[in-house]
Design a protein around this ligand. Structure first.
Ligand code: COA
Length: 329
């Protein structure tokens, strides 16, 4: 049994935060942000709405498109680093809001590689024959964990969600082909939110020291991201007897345009083989890959049979690539 993506969708909030807006908030410039990251604007969700709001909207879009009832879902996996609450899971709130009466679900914490991890996980339940319809969602409300006085982080991230529906393949010869995933926790302090968990429970001190905001050592993350995504994608191609010429699209995690360009160069891919939308949304963490895939699909860029590689790198460090053959007409 093979698992195939049969539906794809996304949701982004309406409100835009532009580089010009950020110039008013921290010591930065449109020129610096554009040349160092490629980002022009990001989307920000309303304060009173949580991550699950975006996840539900992305999933609903697919259910409507496919004329599938939420009751038919067997499993909902939410890749997120910004859950609505620690207890219960964001998946529980999404299940409730979708009114998906016959499923189970869970959150998966894989940082910016969360969606790739979640897609690999969902694939197992379809390939085993246990489930027929698995909704895999990447959603993050990064704005809830950003210090808008820290120019090192607040210019990079944005809010959004993307989702795919996984089902068994009717023909058996298309779908999620292979993946290689990695985790190296020795890099955890280079990109993390120190407090709020059991390591640093919330206290006056953690709030005063701004320990609930995302912190990162950008240069170190940058270096590891380029090497990680390029190496693992290259190994995945070799393992499957494919070359750069066989790949229709690389859909990389959108963290920094310079990272994406460096990965594409290492893999010897032409610009038209790489899907990029970082200019419009910044880094939406677990959402970048399904969001880019959904936009490309809406533009009718893929045709059935195309080889596509998804690749991600992020907090952990967690990274990996997934090879799939496109199925949707
Ligand atoms: N505006 C203006 N100047 C800024 C700035 C900003 N928003 N942020 C940092 N700077 C300054 C720094 O203070 C530094 O000044 P100094 O030389 O006087 O010390 C200078 O710009 C260069 O900083 P540096 O950190 O070396 O810049 P960089 O080229 O590495 O770009 C990142 C910084 C964060 C954009 C880049 O490292 C990056 O994208 N890293 C990956 C991070 C990421 O994507 N993480 C998410 C998960 S994958």
């Amino acid at each position: 049994m093979r698992a195939v993506i049969t539906g794809v969708g996304h949701f982004v909030p309406d409100r835009k935060l532009t580089n010009e807006d950020l110039e008013q908030m921290v010591d930065t410039s449109d020129e610096w942000i554009t040349t160092r990251t490629g980002i022009k604007e990001r989307r920000i969700l309303e304060k009173d709405k949580p991550t699950s709001y975006m996840a539900v909207e992305a999933a609903k879009g697919i259910l409507e498109q496919k004329n599938v009832s939420a009751d038919e879902l067997d499993l909902i996996i939410i890749a997120t680093s910004t859950p609505d609450t620690y207890i219960p899971s964001t998946a529980a709130r999404v299940q409730n809001k979708l009114d998906a009466g016959n499923c189970w679900g869970f959150d998966l914490s894989g940082g910016c590689t969360g969606f790739v991890y979640a897609l690999a996980t969902g694939t197992q339940f379809v390939e085993s024959g246990r489930h027929q319809k698995v909704m895999v969602i990447g959603a993050d409300k990064m704005s809830a964990f950003l210090n808008y006085e820290d120019r090192n982080t607040c210019i990079i991230f944005g809010d959004g969600a993307g989702a795919v529906l996984l089902e068994p393949s009717e023909t058996g010869d298309t779908g999620i082909e292979d993946f290689i995933l990695h985790l190296d926790g020795s890099g955890y302090e280079h990109l993390y939110t120190p407090a709020g968990g059991s390591l640093w429970p919330t206290s006056y001190e953690t709030v005063e020291k701004k320990m609930h905001y995302i912190q990162q050592d950008g240069r170190t993350v940058f270096k590891h991201a380029v090497k990680g995504m390029a190496d693992v994608s290259s190994r995945l191609m070799k393992k499957n007897n494919l070359t750069n010429k066989d790949i229709k699209f690389l859909i990389p995690h959108q963290a920094n345009l310079r990272i994406i360009d460096a990965v594409a160069k290492k893999l010897d891919l032409a610009p038209e083989q790489v899907i990029i939308n970082i200019q419009d949304y910044g880094n939406t963490t677990s959402a970048t890959i399904p969001l880019a895939m959904s936009e490309a699909y809406q533009k009718r860029m893929m045709t059935p049979g195309d080889w596509i590689i998804l690749t991600g790198f992020g907090a952990g460090f967690a990274w990996g690539s997934l090879l799939l053959k496109w199925t949707i007409d």
